[in-house]
Design a protein around this ligand. Structure first.
Ligand code: DGL
Length: 271
């Protein structure tokens, strides 16, 4: 048994879609979340900058005595290599491998689409991971850079016309690729799951990295005897690098519950 918290981080709010799934299947676990809202988005930055920010985020979480680190960010998960995380003192996972494994298992045809930030798609990391599991798979990636600002600004209602038209622009070309599975390769995207499903005519299986990653984390903790005691309700503490009130407002949409306590500001200068 290990009662230390799980550390989760993202460039902003997207990682909360992973927190939501963790809370569902690991209700007794404490979580420390860091959202780098002062520096979001990461997805249009260089690999070097993303690696530097991620190293700072990981150090920050380690200073809170976490037992595991989850990079709840498709961009960080795609850019960091095994070498980048080999010195992290606790087990580390990104969202990429759990989502790639799930897509490889769910796809009948092996024709799999991936949407994500520009850095994620440019890295080719999802394709590499999927072909490592299913060498015959055909993986098609497309970056959707407007999705993150739309989500961060709360334009997420299933009937939001601006987000729907944006999704049509990005997703319709996938029909020509005849994919049967689509990975939401950025943790912001599950928030507009309904719009994406609708634009794809409900004809493809959508893989939510939050669900896949939460199942992976649960499996890892159980396998290694690292789960927390079950005699308590887990608590979540949030740190952000910009306005806490703004975070609390939008976090409510992501988590489906109020987040007005347990949110603290941390300056990026101290990371
Ligand atoms: N949630 C991040 C990801 O999964 C957001 C992207 C960004 O910061 O650009 O990639």
């Amino acid at each position: 048994m290990d009662n230390r918290p799980i550390g989760v981080f993202d460039s902003g709010l997207g990682g909360l879609t992973v927190v939501k799934e963790l809370k569902k299947i690991l209700p007794h676990e404490n979580i420390v979340y860091f959202g780098d809202t002062g520096r979001v988005p990461y997805g249009n930055r260089s690999r070097e900058t993303i690696r530097r920010y991620a190293a700072q985020d990981i150090n920050f979480l380690c200073s809170h005595d976490v037992k595991m680190i989850v990079a709840a960010c498709g961009t960080v998960s795609s850019v960091l290599t095994d070498k980048d995380v080999k010195d992290v003192s606790v087990p580390y996972t990104g969202v990429l491998l759990p989502a790639a494994q799930e897509a490889a298992a769910l796809s009948d045809s092996g024709r799999i689409g991936v949407i994500g930030t520009t850095a994620t798609v440019r890295s080719g990391a999802y394709g590499k991971a999927i072909r490592g599991i299913r060498p015959e798979a055909k993986v098609v990636g497309r970056d959707c850079p407007l999705f993150v600002p739309l989500v961060e600004n709360g334009l997420v209602a299933p009937d939001n016309e601006i987000t729907r038209l944006t999704a049509k622009m990005y997703l319709e070309p996938f029909f020509e690729e005849h994919i049967d599975t689509l990975i939401l390769g950025c943790t912001h995207y599950p928030i507009i799951y309904d719009i994406i499903a609708q634009v794809m005519d409900y004809s493809v299986t959508l893989v939510d990295p939050g669900q896949a990653t939460a199942r992976y984390v649960k499996g890892y903790l159980m396998q290694h005897g690292m789960g927390s005691g079950e005699d308590r309700q887990g608590e979540c503490h949030y740190y952000v690098s910009d306005r806490t009130d703004e975070f609390s407002n939008i976090a409510g949409i992501f988590l489906g519950e109020k987040v007005d306590q347990n949110v603290e500001y941390v300056s990026v200068d101290t990371l």
